[in-house]
Design a protein around this ligand. Structure first.
Ligand SMILES: Nc1ncnc2c1ncn2[C@@H]1O[C@H](COP(=O)(O)OP(=O)(O)OP(=O)(O)O)[C@@H](O)[C@H]1O
Ligand SMILES: O=C(O)c1ccc[n+]([C@@H]2O[C@H](COP(=O)([O-])O)[C@@H](O)[C@H]2O)c1
Length: 217
C-alpha cells in the first residue's frame, strides 16, 4: 500500500489542507493520508498555537474523516530541539519500514516552488514520491532552471508508477483550487472577521475556547 504523508505547520489546519488532500486521494487512489505536523518549522517563525494545540486541532479536524490519520513522528521528544527537516523524517521512516514500500510526501504548489531552499532537497526522491496539489495564486512554472529540470526528469502522469515504485516520481495533481491559507485565517480572526467557513466547525470552536489568534482580545 502507498503510504502518504501530508506535512505541515497546521497553524491552524483548514479546508485548504483537507479538501485538496481528499480529492488527491481519489485521483491517485490513496487509502490513507497521514497528517504530519512539524514541531519546529524549518522555514517559518514558531507557530502561534503550541504543539499540543495544533495536535488537538488536527485530531478534531479528522475525527469524522476516516481517510486521515495523525502522524506524530516529528513531535517526538528526541527530535524536538531541531527543525523538522523532511528528509530526516523520510530517512527515519525508511529505517523503520525498509526500502521497498511505496511512500509519498504531499505538498502544495507553493512548497514545490520553494523546494530549492529545503535541506538536501535533491535527495527527497531517494526516499519518497512527491504529490503536488495545485494552489491558488501560485504558478505552475518556476524561475529556477535547476528545479524545473529536476521536475522534468522525475515527473510522471501515470498513477501506477506511484504504487509500483517505492520512490522517485513527482506527480502534479489536478486537484481543485481552495484559496485558503492559515495566514489569512489568523489575520481574519485577529481582525475579528468571521472565517468559520474556512475550517472545520470543531476547530473553529477550539480556537475560541483556547483564545487562539487573538480571539481573547
Ligand atoms: N489552500 C491550499 N491548497 C493547496 N495546498 C495547501 C493549501 N494550504 C496549505 N497547503 C499545503 O499544505 C502544506 C502545509 O501547509 P501549512 O500548514 O504551512 O499551511 P499554510 O496555509 O500554507 O500556512 P501559512 O499561511 O501559515 O503559511 C504545504 O505543503 C502547503 O503547500
Ligand atoms: O526540510 C526542509 O528543509 C523543509 C523546509 C520547509 C518546509 N518543510 C516541510 O514542509 C511541510 C510544509 O511546510 P510549511 O512550512 O508550509 O508548513 C512541513 O512538513 C515542513 O516541515 C521542510
Amino acid at each position: 500500500m502507498l503510504t502518504a504523508l501530508l506535512g505541515g505547520t497546521f497553524d491552524p489546519i483548514h479546508y485548504g489542507h483537507l479538501r485538496p488532500a481528499i480529492s488527491l486521494a481519489n485521483e491517485v487512489d490513496l487509502k490513507q493520508i497521514r497528517l504530519l505536523p512539524n514541531h519546529i518549522p524549518p522555514h517559518k517563525p514558531q507557530p502561534e498555537a503550541n504543539t499540543e494545540q495544533r495536535l488537538a486541532m488536527l485530531a478534531l479536524a479528522i475525527e469524522d474523516l476516516p481517510l486521515f490519520a495523525l502522524d506524530v513522528s516529528e513531535i517526538l521528544p528526541e527530535t524536538s530541539i531541531r527543525p523538522s527537516y523532511t528528509v530526516e523524517t523520510l530517512q527515519a521512516w525508511r529505517c523503520k519500514n525498509g526500502n521497498q514500500k511505496p511512500l509519498a510526501f504531499i505538498m502544495g504548489q507553493d512548497s514545490l516552488l520553494g523546494l530549492p531552499t529545503w535541506y538536501k532537497w535533491q535527495t527527497l526522491l531517494d526516499y519518497c514520491h512527491l504529490l503536488i496539489c495545485r494552489r491558488a495564486s501560485y504558478s505552475t512554472q518556476t524561475d529556477s532552471t535547476k528545479l524545473q529540470q529536476w521536475i522534468d526528469t522525475h515527473q510522471t502522469n501515470d498513477v501506477k508508477d506511484l504504487h509500483n515504485s517505492p520512490n522517485g516520481y513527482i506527480y502534479l495533481a489536478h486537484t481543485a483550487l481552495e484559496d485558503i491559507s492559515a495566514t489569512e485565517i489568523r489575520q481574519n480572526i485577529n481582525n475579528a472577521q468571521n472565517c468559520k467557513n474556512l475550517l472545520p466547525p470543531k476547530v473553529w470552536q477550539y480556537i475560541h475556547i483556547q483564545g487562539l489568534y487573538g480571539t481573547k482580545k
